[in-house]
Design a protein around this ligand. Sequence first.
Ligand SMILES: Cc1ncc(COP(=O)(O)O)c(C=O)c1O
Length: 353
Amino acid sequence: MSRFWSPIVQTLTPYVPGEQPKITNLIKLNTNENPFGPSPRVLEAIKAETADTLRLYPDPNADRLKQTIAAYHGIAANEVFVGNGSDEVLAHVFMALLNHEKPLLFADITYSFYPTYCSLYGVKHRVVPLDENMRIRLADYDQECGAIIIANPNAPTGILLSTAEIELLLQAHPDVVVVVDEAYVDFGGETVIPLIKRYPNLLVIHTLSKSRSLAGLRVGFAVGHPELIEALDRVKNSFNSYPLDRLAIAGSVAAIEDESYFRRTCQGVIDTREKLVAGLKLLGFDVLPSAANFIFARHPQHDAATLAANLRAKAILVRHFKQERINQYLRISIGTDAECEALVDALQQIIAQ
Ligand SMILES: Cc1ncc(COP(=O)(O)O)c(C=O)c1O
């Protein structure tokens, strides 16, 4: 606290990201990064861009990237907004589209950046509890609201709503913006991007951090009706003209163009996830059904915080949230086969002690 702070700063509860350890040779399963490196074509594209041209500002609109995304999803470039990670895109969304007289609705257990943006931008909101099976119950969203945001698959549960269910939500709320954050959709879901043609109130958020293995490059995007995109552009152009640098634009274009690498690595993560789920179930864990690159699991006889601490002592990082309702769960990112086998071995030893 300082007398120099703006009043709002004193009221903020900043988001706390998972640990990025400074030491190496840890098994890092705590921040949902992809165990596969980015496509070799991404690295080539970034190297080619590492040139004298870095003295010049990048394209403020990242048109090449928008066109690549539009072509990939069969939409128009003016239906795409890009930003410095989907976190930045989401921040602009909260400011530009979710701040209304009536409250924004989101689940009690979901991406914990949502309440943080609400406090930053003064967005009125109401949390809608997941049901007893940690699922979103659509009927609970049948209430007056200013907007809705849903992570699908949800984080940190990994549970997926079907396209038909998202469409029911859109039909029930034609007069408010419905944001679907699909950060993890490529690991088992189906994107609702095609629905933007029929629902001008739908905005879909994607990131290149997870399924394109580019968490370090910071690229995310939003897709929706041009009027929604225009609102985001107005905020972005009042904040930072150049959210994506030249390397990020070159690398992310190459990532989206390398479809076969993308499909192969997503399938690799899915296969490892299914083996990990089987291994954890054999140890007695309850594992929620995951369509993401992480799983959410608890052991009926073992305290989750203690398990996480014991894993840390064995140089394995997983994520534990102290939040009510989920403080007996561990969120475990899908690593390589070898990393996940090491995790199961370590848990077996810890549980046997
Ligand atoms: C649901 C969800 N949305 C968005 C993000 C932000 O991703 P990024 O800012 O890396 O694009 C995350 C990151 O963990 C997430 O879990």
